[in-house]
Design a protein around this ligand. Structure first.
Ligand code: NAD
Ligand code: LMR
Length: 365
């Protein structure tokens, strides 16, 4: 399904587009993105190893009446499928990989999904302009696969990857979506107006104890007693398990994840079109550059407060040309004693182990 790409087109590559997240996210992109594209042409390049799946998704979405165009790419259709999908992409979204089944942790997906993400990272290094592209990693375990992606880009494009760690983002936004939803459920009859959704920052990583919801920073926090707080925190940390259990072997969160990813992608599109000079949000990012120096101004101060964890989901500021330009280390100065003394100490050692696993695999690509 070839399609000419205009030079001012914003090309978005979706790798794993035939999957549960890939399909729902592609639908949201095709139906909703025009409102955020500032009159720029958007093209969706859909890639999957499931050839029938991705052909079908692209054909189906091509009947949706928006000006966003699509192409389908699969290795069964062309040896250059991945190159054709990635070339000139400004944004690469990666929901490619295997989801959990009941009884599994996200870490159990590491071996298989690290291979997939490592292979895709090698292709991104080869075909994308690393000084321009943004890479958003959705596949699990995010805590390890973002280091895999960053190290793969370094190893595969030694001359072109300076600063690329500032352009690779682990997508943990579903944790914020859940925290907001669960707090809203909890407070709905106690606060006015009940149609306003709370904002709850969630930092750390994206797996169990590494997920650190900061309910103390929500304006509704006065409605939460300590015992309720602990169960809200636990529900956010293990919210993914609720879906895995309900789907009973048919996968994990796809619809809520597509919603969360869309919220993120639309902001990146605003940045890419120039409608926004900077965007901010909580992303799982590298705090060190390739030389082992702090990757951005706030990184050194954040590292000092998180026991040297070299990747962390924290509020960051992003520009189109530089990627992450700052991280808000000050957020840790505002959190409650419970969050600082109970939640962070459980998060940090587990996060470090996952980061190390990812860095080790990534450097051997
Ligand atoms: P899925 O199995 O429905 O879809 C995955 C797709 O990836 C499939 O279509 C498959 O063919 C494709 N794929 C596999 N190997 C590939 C490769 N080498 N290149 C391109 N495509 C490839 O799974 P899903 O439910 O969409 O979940 C995808 C991933 O996202 C899982 O790892 C899951 O754990 C993760 N996830 C992350 C979050 C988060 O908050 N970050 C939330 C939900 C799910
Ligand atoms: C989630 O949080 O729903 C995802 O990370 C998928 C999972 O495995 O739980």
């Amino acid at each position: 399904m070839p399609h000419p790409i205009e030079t001012d087109t914003i090309k978005i590559a979706v790798l794993g587009a035939a999957g549960g997240i890939g399909q729902s996210l592609s639908l949201l992109l095709k139906t909703q993105l025009t409102s955020f594209s500032n009159n720029r042409h958007v093209h969706l390049a859909l890639y999957d190893v499931n050839a029938d799946g991705v052909r079908g998704v692209a054909a189906d979405l091509s009947h949706v009446d928006t000006p966003i165009t699509l192409t389908s790419h699969s290795p069964a259709d062309s040896a250059d499928a991945l190159r054709d999908c990635l070339i000139n992409a400004a944004l690469v979204l990666i929901p490619a990989g295997v989801p959990r089944k009941p009884g599994m942790t996200r870490e159990d997906l590491f071996a298989i999904n690290a291979k997939i993400v490592g292979q895709l990272g090698g292709a991104i290094a080869q075909h994308c302009d690393l000084s321009r592209v943004f890479v958003l990693v959705i596949s699990n375990p995010v805590n390890s696969l973002v280091p895999v992606m960053v190290e793969t880009l370094y190893a595969s494009a030694p001359a072109a990857s300076a600063g690329v760690e500032r352009r690779v983002f682990g997508i943990t936004h579903l944790d914020l979506v859940r925290a907001s939803t669960f707090l809203h459920e909890h407070t709905v009859n106690r606060t006015e107006p009940s149609y306003k959704m709370p904002y709850v920052p969630v930092i750390g990583g994206h797996s169990g104890d590494t997920i650190v919801p900061l309910f103390s920073l929500a304006s509704e926090q006065q409605y939460i007693a300590q015992q309720q707080l602990e169960s809200l925190v636990h529900r956010v940390q293990y919210g993914g398990d609720e879906i895995v259990k309900a789907k009973n072997g048919q996968g994990s969160a796809t619809l809520s994840m597509a919603h969360a990813a869309f919220q993120v992608v639309k902001n990146f599109v605003l940045l890419l079109t120039g409608a926004a000079d900077t965007i901010s949000g909580i992303f799982y990012v590298s705090l060190l550059d390739r030389a082992g120096q702090p990757a951005c101004p706030g990184a050194a101060k954040l590292l000092a407060q998180i026991d040297g964890c070299t990747y962390f989901a924290a509020p960051v500021t992003v520009t189109r040309s530089q990627g992450v330009v700052d991280v808000d280390y000050g957020i840790l100065g505002k959190i409650s004693t419970y969050e600082r003394e109970k939640l962070l100490p459980l998060c940090l050692p587990k996060l470090k182990t996952s980061i190390e696993a990812g860095r080790t695999v990534g450097t051997t690509v």
